[in-house]
Design a protein around this ligand. Structure first.
Ligand SMILES: NC(=O)c1ccc[n+]([C@@H]2O[C@H](COP(=O)([O-])OP(=O)(O)OC[C@H]3O[C@@H](n4cnc5c(N)ncnc54)[C@H](OP(=O)(O)O)[C@@H]3O)[C@@H](O)[C@H]2O)c1
Length: 259
C-alpha cells in the first residue's frame, strides 16, 4: 500500500480515529483533516512508522467553501487521493424551533454540503486515474424522518441518497462509492448532539464500539458495496423504524428533550 493516500475527515476521535488506525496498519499514507491540530498530531505520532507519511490539515469543514480550500491545500502538497473518507459530522438533538441557528447551519454544511463538494473535487481526479474509493458516513437515522433529530436525520438521508446515486455514476470509471450507516456507537457523538448533557435513551444500553463500526465500513468499501448498516440489530432497526408512525416516535423521543 506504499504511496497510496487516504484522506480522512474528522479523525481526532470516534469512528474517524479508528479508520485512521485501521488504514495505517494496512500501510496507507494518511491525510487527516479536522479542526483540532494538536489531537491530529498526537494521533500521527502514535501511528507513524518510517515508511508512512501522515499529514495533518487544520480546517473547519463547517464553513462554506472549506471543501475547495482543503482540495487546494492537498493539490499544493502534490498529493493524489486514492481513498476519500467523509467522516466529519455532528448531530443536534432537541426542539427544532429552539435550535441554535449557527450550529444548525454549520451542521448542514458539514454533514451534507462539504461532503458533496469533496466528492465532486476528488472524484474527478479518481476518474482520471480510473481508480478510487469513497466512503461516506451517514447514519441509521437516515432511513426515516426523526422528530427532535429533524435536521440531522435529514442531512444523513441526503448522504444516503446522494451516495447511492453517485455509486452508479462513478462505478463505470473504476471509482467505488460506499455509504456506511452506523447506529448508536460509543464516541463523543451524543455528548455533542446533547450539548454536553446525557442522552438517557442510551444510558445503560450497549452501543457498538467505534473500531468495529470502522472495520465494517472499511471492509464494505474495499468490497465496493453501495451501502452498509453496521450490526445486525441496526439492520433490523432500519427496517422496522420506518413502519412505526411518526406520532409514536415523537411521543417517545420528546421525553428526552432538554431544550
Ligand atoms: N456515534 C454515533 O452514534 C453515530 C451514529 C451514526 C452516525 N455517526 C456519524 O459518524 C461520524 C463520526 O462521528 P463520531 O461518532 O465518531 O463522533 P465524534 O467522536 O464526535 O467525532 C466527530 C469528528 O468530526 C470532526 N468534526 C466535527 N466538526 C468538524 C468541523 N467543523 N470541521 C471538521 N471536522 C469536524 C471532529 O474533529 P475536530 O473536533 O477535530 O474538528 C471529530 O473528529 C459522523 O458523521 C456522525 O454523524 C455517528
Amino acid at each position: 500500500m506504499k504511496n497510496m493516500n487516504v484522506l480522512i475527515t474528522g479523525a481526532t476521535s470516534g469512528i474517524g480515529e479508528e479508520f485512521a488506525k485501521l488504514l495505517s496498519q494496512k500501510g496507507y499514507n494518511l491525510i487527516l483533516a479536522s479542526r483540532n491540530l494538536e489531537k491530529m498530531k498526537f494521533l500521527a505520532n502514535e501511528l507513524s512508522s518510517s515508511s508512512q507519511r501522515i499529514e495533518c490539515i487544520e480546517i473547519d469543514l463547517s464553513i462554506e467553501n472549506s471543501a475547495q480550500k482543503l482540495y487546494n491545500i492537498i493539490q499544493e502538497k502534490g498529493l493524489k487521493i486514492d481513498i476519500l473518507i467523509n467522516n466529519s459530522g455532528y448531530g443536534l438533538f432537541g426542539t427544532f424551533a429552539n435550535q441554535d441557528i449557527n450550529k444548525l447551519e454549520k451542521m448542514i454544511i458539514l454533514n451534507s454540503a462539504t461532503v458533496t463538494s469533496l466528492c465532486r473535487f476528488f472524484s474527478q481526479d479518481m476518474i482520471k486515474n480510473r481508480n478510487g474509493y469513497i466512503l461516506n458516513i451517514a447514519s441509521t437515522a437516515a432511513f426515516q424522518p426523526i422528530p427532535y433529530f429533524a435536521a440531522y436525520s435529514a442531512s444523513k438521508s441526503y448522504i444516503v441518497n446522494f451516495s447511492k446515486a453517485i455509486h452508479y455514476e462513478l462505478k463505470k470509471f473504476g471509482v467505488s462509492v460506499t455509504c456506511l450507516c452506523p447506529g448508536p456507537t460509543e464516541t463523543n457523538f451524543f455528548e455533542t448532539a446533547m450539548a454536553g448533557k446525557r442522552f438517557e435513551l442510551f444510558v445503560g444500553k450497549p452501543m457498538m464500539k467505534a473500531n468495529i463500526v470502522a472495520r465494517i465500513g472499511i471492509n464494505a468499501m474495499f468490497r465496493k458495496r453501495k451501502i452498509v448498516v453496521s450490526g445486525l440489530s441496526n439492520k433490523i432497526f432500519t427496517k422496522i423504524l420506518p413502519l412505526i408512525p411518526l406520532s409514536i416516535v415523537e411521543f417517545v423521543l420528546k421525553r428526552y428533550v432538554k431544550n
